[in-house]
Design a protein around this ligand. Structure first.
Ligand code: HEC
Length: 214
């Protein structure tokens, strides 16, 4: 092999390391500049986010308060107990205001597993995956989800549970905008099933089956 060819190969090999070196540097260094954004997908959208300013309005709020005397399309319900879980006197209703069937409970279970179990766990003990991970990170900012089997939560009326799902509570976000009314009641009914399942006594088991427990 001629000498010049060997030199050329050496030079090319050395040069081929340069892009790699840049990649390694870019991956390990920190930067305050936005990263190179080749495929933008829908990352940058001209829109107003919650709590942001909008100069169009006099009060500069992008989030608009509901106009008095109006109802958002598709959300009108004359039935206070069904849509808010309250009696006309403002008290929480005690029982689920729709007929509880097996199909409804199965729907409730499915919806609970989707929306609630990441935090509250599949059995409602408050030990869902999101919560486990958050505690592992030890950032100190995580409020553990309540166990649904505490005396307090078991004592909550159906209307109150419905309201917690709809509007959230302290550190729990609101799920009203994501879960339709019927599904919210199905979830409430299923929460009752979970509570029953974790707090049952021998008396709840039919007499003829009790022998099998021992
Ligand atoms: C993102 C996590 C998260 C999800 C998802 C979530 N919760 Fe919660 N939930 C919490 C936290 C955190 C609390 C405790 C709030 C506090 O004390 O600040 C809580 C509290 C509760 C309570 C107790 C309220 C009380 O009266 O003390 C109930 C009941 C409840 N959640 C039901 C649900 C149901 C039903 C769903 C599904 C629709 C759900 N949660 C989804 C985090 C979550």
């Amino acid at each position: 092999m001629p000498r010049w060819l060997i030199y050329l190969i050496v030079v090319l090999v050395v040069l081929s390391w340069i892009p790699l070196a840049f990649i390694v540097r870019a991956r390990s260094a920190t930067s305050t500049k936005p990263r190179l954004h080749v495929v933008t997908d829908m990352d940058n959208q001209p829109k107003y986010k919650g709590q942001s300013r909008n100069r169009l309005f006099q009060d500069r709020r992008a989030m608009r308060p509901q106009v008095a005397g109006t109802v958002a399309r598709g959300t009108f319900s004359e039935d206070e107990s069904l849509s808010h879980g309250r009696r006309p006197d403002g008290e929480w209703i005690d029982v689920v205001p729709v007929r509880v069937t097996m199909t409804m409970l199965e729907r409730g279970q499915e919806r609970y597993d989707v929306y609630c179990s990441p935090c509250h766990g599949l059995t409602g003990d408050g030990n869902g995956m999101v919560s486990k991970r958050a505690e592992e990170l030890q950032e100190g900012t995580w409020t553990p989800p309540s166990s649904l089997h505490s005396e307090l939560v078991r004592g909550r009326s159906a209307g109150n549970l419905f309201n917690t799902i709809t509007n959230g509570l302290r550190n729990m976000p609101a799920y009203g905008p994501q879960i339709p009314v019927d599904d919210r009641w199905a979830i409430v009914a299923y929460v009752r099933v979970l509570q029953r399942s974790q707090n049952a006594t021998v008396e709840d088991v039919p007499t003829e089956l009790r022998e099998q427990l021992r």
